[in-house]
Structure formats: structure tokens, C-alpha cells
Design a protein around this ligand. Structure first.
Ligand SMILES: CC(=O)N[C@H]1[C@@H](OP(=O)(O)OP(=O)(O)OC[C@H]2O[C@@H](n3ccc(=O)[nH]c3=O)[C@H](O)[C@@H]2O)O[C@H](CO)[C@@H](O)[C@@H]1O
Length: 388
């Protein structure tokens, strides 16, 4: 009897690592429906909610981030990595895994260390245009590398043997037809007919600078019936944002939410997105043809969000606004003429390359299947049906 496919995926910390990990897991399940797939993450990150919610098992291991701000604590990193690597080795053994995959973020490295200790093949996926420290380290431990953006190749040891597969996107986003879903999405979000909707999204954790500018913008445009703002604040800033919108009258045109579980609806309903330039977000915008103003997070390692953003701004698909220049006034000067020019919005939507990421999950799954010794698996490629 054939042994079912068994894969352990390291992905955690923020949505930008977790969602691509889930997209990979779903692609593996489509190819091998009896596959046993589990995740390794931390006991603190978004993974504790998102992974069980998607129906996968999450193992948590003790980890400290690969972060230079650790100061003297960084000397503890090798011992911590060895400890969490040993925990991952035990998880891989217990599950009978045939391959381990690291999706970036600091849960990625121990899974690859664990695979090395267990003598199993492993695969690292780098999602940013400039790789993070955890993946730079992990990439030294395995010959199998995959990239979301070709431009990160030069930054990785062994980058010349990496394969660019794109950024794995979860089904509802990989297959989103924005125009087709738009009427239902706008009804679901209560956007009045004829109003332009601007989505403010500070990545999976929220961004104070964007929320602040959005609140100011809502106050300025509080009397406009033809404009709506949807502001994703992150849970911590929700109540304060709502109070400030009530105080400046912006609540008449803006709604603040802690998190968007249905990004497909938000993207389909919106005319323009103002957001950080995390790699999953950038890949989603490109894939669905969503015009955007990108405000890269200025403290990302290697300034990788600016490099991610340039993938779209170089193509004419997005505008890039540096964080330090972001204010309600600066955004108003960019957004107001843009919203009044549907031709320009349509040109931005067309400028992105929609094909790069739509098949990334299947391509990455194919690499993992080959490493696991399941080369015969096929992809049914059935379209996912999502109801509102
Ligand atoms: C501050 C920081 O260091 N951020 C990093 C983090 O960002 P972050 O996790 O914010 O990264 P991304 O923008 O890549 O991904 C966010 C994901 O969460 C989803 N989403 C977001 C908000 C929401 O309300 N609902 C929702 O579902 C988005 O659709 C997307 O799929 O990981 C990314 C991937 O390595 C990096 O590129 C970012 O630089």
C-alpha cells in the first residue's frame, strides 16, 4: 500500500508567511487528497488562529526571532535554534514526514534545521524581493530554493539554483474575478451605489501611519456621498480609531474594522487600495489587477517592502509613497485625482502581470511532491467555488 504524502510546513508570525503556507497546503491536498499536512509556528502569532481555522494542525515550538534589536540576547540564538530544531525533528519523525517546507518568518528556520537533523529533504520558499534573515540562514541548509520574485535570487547563498515560482495565493484570491464579484461584494460591505471605495490595509497587523492618514482623510471628506473608506486597523487600534472617526465626523464615510477575513470581498468591492507592501499583498494586487498606493513599512529588514513595492510601481501598476511623506494631505493629493480618472485606474489594473502568482501554489507543491517521492501526483485544477 502507498504511504500517504506527509509534509510539515514552517510558517508563522504574520499573515505574509501564513497565507502562502496555507495556499501550499491546499495545493498539496488537491494533488494528494489523503496527504497528512501540519504546520510549525509560534504560540503567539496569527498562526494560532488562522491555521486551525483553515483545518490544519499547528505544532508550536519555542523560538526567538532573528532580530538584531535582540542585543546581547542574539548570542542565545544558536542554542535556541538548535533546541527548536530538535523539537521540529521530533515532530517530523512523529508525523512520518517525507519533506519539510520553510515559508519564511522565524518558524521557517527550525523546520529546516529539524529536517537536516532527521536526514529529510527540505525546501525553502522566499517571499520577499529581498530575503529575510531566517530564510538566508535556512537557505544555507538546503539545496532546494523557490522564490516569489526573481529579484531576490542575488541575495541568497545558492540563489542561482533557485526556481522562481511566484507567491502562493489562497484559492479565493488566486482565482478572484474582481469585476464579477464586485456587485455582490459591494452589497455585502454596504457600499452605496456610485460611491468609490478606498481600502486602507496596513498588512496583517495594521499600520498606525496609514490608519492616522485615513482618519484625517475621512474627516476632510465627511460630507461626500460618493466616497467610502474601509480602514483595517488591527485589533489594538480599533476602538481609538472609531472614537476619532466619530469625533471628526469621518464616521459618515469611513468604517474601521479590526481584520478582514474575506480579502476577496474587500478587493472586489474597492476601487483603490492604500496599503503596506508586504509580499503577499503585492502578489495579490498584481494577480487581481488592483490599483494601489503602496506605503512600504520603513523598518522592514533590508527595506524589503520598498523593493517589493517597486515590482508594481516599476510596471506602472501602483504608486509608491514613502512612509515619511504619508499624511492625510499627501494621500488626498494622490487619491482624489486618481479616483476621478477611471481610465488611469483601469490602466494601472492592466499594467500588473496577473500570471506570475496564480499558479505559484501548484508549482511549489510540485517541487515538494517531487522531493517527497510523489512525482506521479496530478493537479485536478478544479476551480474553487466560494459563495459570499
Ligand atoms: C511589518 C512586516 O515586517 N511585514 C512583513 C510581513 O507582513 P504581512 O504579514 O503584513 O504581509 P503581507 O502583506 O505579505 O501579507 C498579508 C496577508 O494577510 C492578508 N490579510 C491582511 C489583512 C487583513 O485584514 N486580512 C488579510 O487576510 C493579505 O491578504 C495577505 O495575504 O510579512 C511579509 C511576508 O514576508 C513581508 O513582506 C512584510 O514586510
Amino acid at each position: 500500500m502507498r504511504t500517504p504524502l506527509s509534509v510539515v510546513i514552517g510558517a508563522g508570525g504574520t499573515g505574509g508567511h501564513i497565507y502562502p503556507g496555507l495556499a501550499l497546503a491546499d495545493a498539496l491536498r488537491r494533488a494528494a487528497p489523503d496527504a497528512v499536512i501540519s504546520f510549525v509556528g509560534t504560540a503567539r502569532g496569527l498562526e494560532t488562529r488562522l491555521i486551525p481555522q483553515a483545518g490544519y494542525r499547528l505544532h508550536t515550538v519555542d523560538m526567538i526571532p532573528f532580530d538584531p534589536s535582540l542585543g546581547a540576547r542574539r548570542y542565545l540564538l544558536p542554542a535556541a535554534l538548535l533546541r527548536s530544531g530538535a523539537q521540529c525533528r521530533a515532530i517530523l519523525k512523529e508525523q512520518g514526514a517525507q519533506v519539510a517546507v520553510g515559508m519564511g518568518g522565524y518558524p521557517s528556520a527550525p523546520v529546516i534545521v529539524g529536517a537536516r537533523l532527521a536526514g529529510l529533504p527540505s525546501l525553502v520558499h522566499e517571499s520577499n524581493a529581498v530575503p529575510g534573515r531566517a530564510n538566508k540562514f535556512a537557505a544555507r541548509l538546503t539545496p532546494h530554493l523557490a522564490l516569489a520574485f526573481d529579484r531576490s535570487r542575488a541575495h541568497l547563498t545558492g540563489g542561482e539554483r533557485a526556481e522562481t515560482v511566484g507567491m502562493p495565493l489562497v484559492g479565493p484570491l488566486a482565482q478572484l474575478d474582481r469585476a464579477a464579484l464586485r456587485p455582490a461584494a459591494r452589497r455585502a460591505l454596504g457600499v452605496p451605489d456610485g460611491a468609490r471605495l478606498v481600502l486602507f490595509n496596513g498588512g496583517s497587523l495594521g499600520a498606525a501611519r496609514l490608519t492616522e492618514a485615513a482618519v484625517g482623510l475621512a474627516g476632510c471628506h465627511r460630507a461626500r456621498p460618493d466616497l467610502r473608506l474601509l480602514i483595517k486597523t488591527g485589533p489594538a487600534a480599533l476602538e481609538e480609531t472609531r472614537a476619532r472617526l466619530a469625533a471628526n465626523g469621518g464616521a459618515a464615510v469611513a468604517e474601521a474594522v479590526p481584520y478582514l477575513d474575506r480579502m476577496d470581498l474587500a478587493y472586489a468591492a474597492a476601487d483603490l487600495v492604500v496599503c503596506r507592501a508586504g509580499s503577499a499583498t503585492v502578489a495579490e494586487l498584481a494577480t487581481i489587477g488592483m490599483p494601489a498606493v503602496l506605503v512600504p513599512y520603513p523598518h522592514a529588514p533590508g527595506d524589503h517592502q520598498t523593493h517589493n513595492a517597486r515590482v508594481l510601481s516599476d510596471a506602472g501598476a501602483a504608486l509608491l509613497l514613502p512612509d515619511a511623506e504619508t499624511s492625510a494631505r499627501a494621500l488626498d493629493a494622490l487619491i482624489t485625482p486618481l479616483l476621478a480618472d477611471p481610465g488611469r485606474l483601469a490602466a494601472m489594473a492592466r499594467a500588473a502581470d496577473p500570471g506570475t502568482h496564480a499558479r505559484a501554489a501548484d508549482l511549489l507543491a510540485a517541487k515538494a511532491l517531487a522531493l517527497a517521492g510523489h512525482p506521479g501526483a496530478t493537479y485536478p485544477n478544479t476551480p474553487l467555488k466560494e459563495s459570499i
